[in-house]
Design a protein around this ligand. Structure first.
Ligand code: BGC
Length: 648
């Protein structure tokens, strides 16, 4: 239902845009309107007998189909929905009654406009549906919210006068800036040419003369939904006041102060729609189809055509779900990121999205430049694994100002409001799993100890490093406290054990220094807690080169990179936490497509991931660990690696 309602609203907005932008040829005259309504068997209201809603409508034309009249509900309502071009998206079965109203003198005037300066839009187009059930109306408001997301308007941009939602009532009022709309079309040569083909040279004058704004108001009262759209040039127009009053609206929606930002967004939206229509193979026919749809014309736009005619194919607005996604990942060098990126790209493309996938070579400036480019090139959602979250502050704000939603991928974006969602494996748990493995492998609960352990953590700029470290240290703390565990090097604090950019070479150099300084003369290393595989590789290299102890340490890792799985098979690394990139990538793709199609975004944690500014709604996947005993099942049988890749 939600999706349908979203589409309904979208259709209304779009129709409104077309009516306004191209009003010269709408053909929305009184006669046609009345004829269309009669053909639909809608009844002109008997003003005297009607309740106050209709009594107030004097200047406009108001038709309704109530329960009796629409005994054969589906037929009548479907006809109406067809007329309004909504039949494919609205479930008529949910509607108990429906009314349709229009004040069209403004459009009529425009039709015979001699001097564009005289353009005076004072038309209103309204319909009211009664769902009979309040929960349908709640669905409807959900739909409104989804629509706003879909057209990239966040409700926080709207003042309480423009947007309010509660369980049983709500409203939303949006404005479009007509002058900007006209200008945007005028500035676009292709679009203008296409419109001229359809409407003649004087469309330019019409566009230049547009001013004021048009507004869309959606009001909920009980189980009634009332949608009113109209131009604000003539704000004194009686029909607006009447509708507003009749429906008990707080105030005339046309008179609300315009929200510039929202007006701009809506204007862009309309322009992209008009563009779509205009660029269609037969611009004139396509546009006329839509107008025909609303005015009761046939698919070929015959203004006197059959109102029951097929209103034509719902135009693809380019915002109906598919779009462009920007993916910014730290580096291609590490196998996991390469896999994450390829997997997401493949899935997005299969779904029909365009993807801009960039790896930043672990360089923050490069990442900023790449994301800037994604924003400028029209990406509609960004998926980011930050190299250093703090250096992205400005570029994230830029994305926010363009209302581009941001998903933090694997690494949370810290100290910023400009992140919408987080998709990750539970990073704290990764550390816990590594440490628990060590606890079991050394049998710390029973063995006497003391055992020697060294620690290699990740890049301090990567916020995930702290989570891995802390998860592990919280598990190991009691054993350090009781003296069962100790670091001979004395390097235990996070700042002492970090590895710049997660580099294998850095981890190796530090490990070599530790071995040379503290583990000569037979001192044994029992465990080496490494936060990930690239650092584990450095540690294993150092052990290979310089470690002479009788016991080989339990080395942990994370990612199941190919070379590290080979180390597991060779007995040099004990375990690696497996964060199946297929799962994470799929979840990110799901999240982004839910955002882009205006659906609710699936998250499973709305409490844990406080980034210092806000709790980021998160989908956290569960990591597992891989050892020599289970790598075949987990990695080969699941198709993650082939035997050949692992040299088997
Ligand atoms: C990721 C790890 C990865 C590390 C180095 C972390 O943010 O969670 O999986 O090994 O970055 O790229």
């Amino acid at each position: 239902m939600n999706r349908k309602i979203v589409s309904v609203l979208l259709a209304v907005v779009m129709l409104l845009g077309v009516l306004t932008g191209c009003s010269k040829t709408t053909g929305m005259t009184k006669d046609k309107f009345v004829k269309a309504c009669e053909k639909l068997k809608l009844t002109e209201l008997e003003i005297d007998e009607m309740d106050e809603i209709e009594e107030n409508v004097e200047d406009g034309f108001y038709f309704s189909g109530d329960e009796d009249l629409i005994a054969d509900k589906s037929k009548i309502i479907d006809k109406f929905l067809k007329l309004a071009k909504l039949s494919k998206v609205f479930d008529s079965g949910d509607i108990v009654s429906i009314s349709f109203a229009s004040k069209c003198s403004g459009y009529e005037d425009l039709k015979d406009l001699e001097d564009p300066e005289d353009a005076e839009l004072d038309g209103a187009f309204a319909f009211q549906m009664n769902f009979g059930q309040k929960d349908k109306v709640e669905d409807f408001m959900d739909g409104v919210e989804s629509l706003l997301k879909k057209v990239k308007i966040r409700t926080k941009k709207l003042t309480p006068k423009e947007y309010y939602v509660s369980k049983d009532e709500g409203y939303c009022r949006l404005h479009f800036d007509l002058a900007k709309l006209g200008q945007m079309i005028l500035d676009d040569d292709d679009l203008l040419d296409a419109l001229k083909d359809g409407y003649g040279e004087d469309i330019e004058d019409i566009l230049e003369s547009l001013n004021g704004d048009i507004a869309l108001s959606i009001e909920i009262k009980g189980s009634n939904v009332f949608i009113l759209a109209g131009g604000s040039v003539n704000t004194e127009s009686k029909v607006y006041k009447d509708f507003a009053k009749a429906f008990g609206l707080a105030s005339d929606p046309m008179k609300l102060p315009m929200n510039e930002e929202v007006a701009e967004d809506m204007t862009e939206l309309i322009v992209s729609y008009v563009k779509y229509l205009s660029m269609a193979r037969d611009a004139k026919r396509t546009i006329t189809n839509v107008i025909g749809g609303i005015s009761g014309g046939d698919p070929n736009g015959d203004p006197n055509g059959d109102p029951n005619g097929d209103p034509g194919k719902t135009p693809n607005t380019g915002i109906s779900g598919l779009g462009k996604v920007g993916i910014s990942l730290p580096t291609k060098d590490l196998m996991r990121w390469y896999e994450d990126g390829s997997k997401m790209k493949e899935e997005f493309e299969t779904l029909g999205y365009t993807v801009d996938l960039q790896y930043a070579g672990n360089d923050t400036a490069t990442q900023v430049a790449q994301i800037t480019n994604m924003i400028n090139s029209g990406c509609q959602v960004l998926i980011i694994a930050a190299i250093e979250a703090s250096s992205l502050k400005d570029v994230l704000e830029k994305a926010e100002s363009k209302d581009i939603p941001i998903i933090a991928y694997d690494r949370i974006l810290f100290e910023t409001d400009t992140v919408d969602y987080y998709v990750t494996f539970d990073n704290y748990k990764v550390g816990q799993i590594q440490a628990e493995y060590i606890v079991n492998a050394l049998d710390l609960n029973n063995a006497k100890g003391p055992f020697n352990i060294e620690i290699t953590a990740g890049d301090p700029s990567d916020i995930a490093s702290a989570f891995f470290y802390q998860g592990a240290m919280d598990v190991l703390a009691p054993y350090f406290d009781s003296g069962k565990l100790r670091t001979v090097s004395g390097q235990k604090d996070f700042s002492d054990v970090v590895t710049d950019a997660w580099k294998t070479s850095e981890a190796q150099t530090r490990a070599e220094n530790i071995i040379a300084a503290y583990y000569q003369g037979g001192t044994q290393i029992n465990a080496w807690l490494c936060s990930n595989d690239s650092t584990a590789l450095g540690v294993v290299n150092a052990l290979d080169k310089f470690y002479k102890g009788a016991t080989y340490p339990v080395v942990t890792g994370q990612d199941c990179d190919l070379s590290n799985v080979k180390l597991i098979i060779a007995g040099k690394q004990a375990m690696s936490v497996f964060k199946d990139t297929r799962i994470l990538a799929s979840q990110a793709v799901k999240m982004a497509s839910q955002i882009l199609s205006g659906q609710d975004v699936e998250v499973n944690d709305t409490q844990t991931y406080n980034n210092g500014k806000k709790v980021v709604p998160t989908y956290a996947c569960d990591p597992i660990f891989v050892t020599f005993d289970n790598y075949k099942t987990i990695l080969i049988d699941s198709g993650y690696y082939t035997q050949e890749q692992l040299g088997l």
